[in-house]
Design a protein around this ligand. Structure first.
Ligand code: UDP
Ligand code: MG
Length: 314
């Protein structure tokens, strides 16, 4: 049986088309399935549409969060509730083409435990957005030593991979990178990003920047090490300058370098504050993890899905 996890935040008009198209694709591949919609605290009646559909279609299941917890939380809630032998995660605005589903299932049957959806093109995006996404994925890829530039949340995971993800203790998850991190036998399926069916994208620029910083710091401690390196460079710089100053003092060519002093103070001060800021960011992450709050709170489910919750998400 295959579970499809669909995070949905204010997607009322996309639920019915998603059910129709995904059902057709999986039935075409000859598989039994469940469609699991996680309404991420929607305010437009998305969950009512899901409930309505679930009442007449046994393949459709749904849960709703008590408020908006974000797409990552919705994905992990879905993984935790899903009961399939494999789980497909995809957007419910149908930007992830259903035509890739049969290919993903075929690769899984051939023994792949993680099938990554890889974007051929990034679809319609502004220049600035492309630039930032490029920079972010460049850094992330070098951190986890895997090319993530065209990766997405569109994936198929075998039950083994899902259970491994659900065993992870942290609450600051980054699904897109963790599916690489857990390892397993992985295959790729290439797809073109489609136009959003209805409604508009939920991401603001500020939201994307926060998402990038959060994920980079939850996945790597390189920025902390950079701070140490900056410190060493400044100490070296100071030593060279000190020797040069002493030399000029004794040879009688020293001048009153007031600007140099101010400049150095500004530079050193700037880097100090930057460093404290970076350290502070990690302390904030640690604080969040230590509090051990749940990643999401489920308000309601269709049927009785609460019993399905697994791992730390119980
Ligand atoms: N989404 C969510 N919670 C949020 C924001 C988005 O569950 O806080 C879902 C949304 O309903 C969609 C998917 O995540 O199914 C991708 O969101 P969107 O289409 O807005 O992002 P984009 O495709 O523009 O990157
Ligand atoms: Mg979208």
């Amino acid at each position: 049986m295959i579970s499809v996890v669909l995070p949905a935040y204010n997607e009322k008009d996309n639920i019915v088309p998603a059910i129709g198209e995904i059902s057709k694709a999986i039935e075409g591949a000859g598989e039994d399935y469940e469609l699991l919609f996680i309404s991420d605290g929607s305010s437009d009646g998305t969950y009512d549409v899901i409930k309505e559909q679930a009442a007449s279609n046994t393949h459709v299941k749904g849960a709703e969060f008590s408020r908006n917890f974000g797409k990552e939380a919705a994905i992990f809630a879905g993984l935790s509730i899903a009961s399939g032998d494999a789980v497909i995660v995809m957007d419910c605005d149908l930007q992830h083409p259903v035509s890739a589903i049969p290919e993903m299932i075929a690769k899984w049957k051939e023994g792949a435990e993680v099938v990554e959806g890889i974007k051929n093109s990034r679809g319609k995006e502004g220049f600035f957005h492309k630039l930032c996404a490029g920079a972010f994925y460049g850094i992330m890829s070098s951190l986890i030593k895997i090319d993530m530039s065209s990766s997405s949340d569109f994936k198929l995971l075998d039950r083994k991979a899902v259970d491994a993800l659900l065993e992870l203790p942290e609450s600051n998850t980054f699904f897109r990178a963790l599916s690489f991190w857990i390892g397993f036998r992985s295959e790729k399926v290439y797809y073109d990003v489609e136009e959003r069916r209805n409604g508009k994208s939920k991401w603001s620029l500020g939201g994307l920047v926060r998402y990038a910083i959060r994920n980079a710091t939850s996945f790597s401690t390189l920025p902390l090490k950079l701070v140490t390196w900056m410190g060493w460079i400044f100490i070296l710089f100071a030593a060279v300058l000190g020797i040069q100053t002493l030399f000029r003092f004794f040879s009688g060519t020293a001048d009153n370098g007031f600007t140099t002093v101010i400049l150095l103070q500004l530079i050193v001060g700037g880097f100090m504050m930057l460093s404290i800021g970076i350290a502070g960011h990690y302390i904030a992450r640690i604080y969040e993890e230590v509090k051990g709050r749940p990643r999401f709170i489920i308000r309601d489910t269709t049927g009785d899905l609460f019993g399905n919750l697994k791992g730390q998400w119980k």
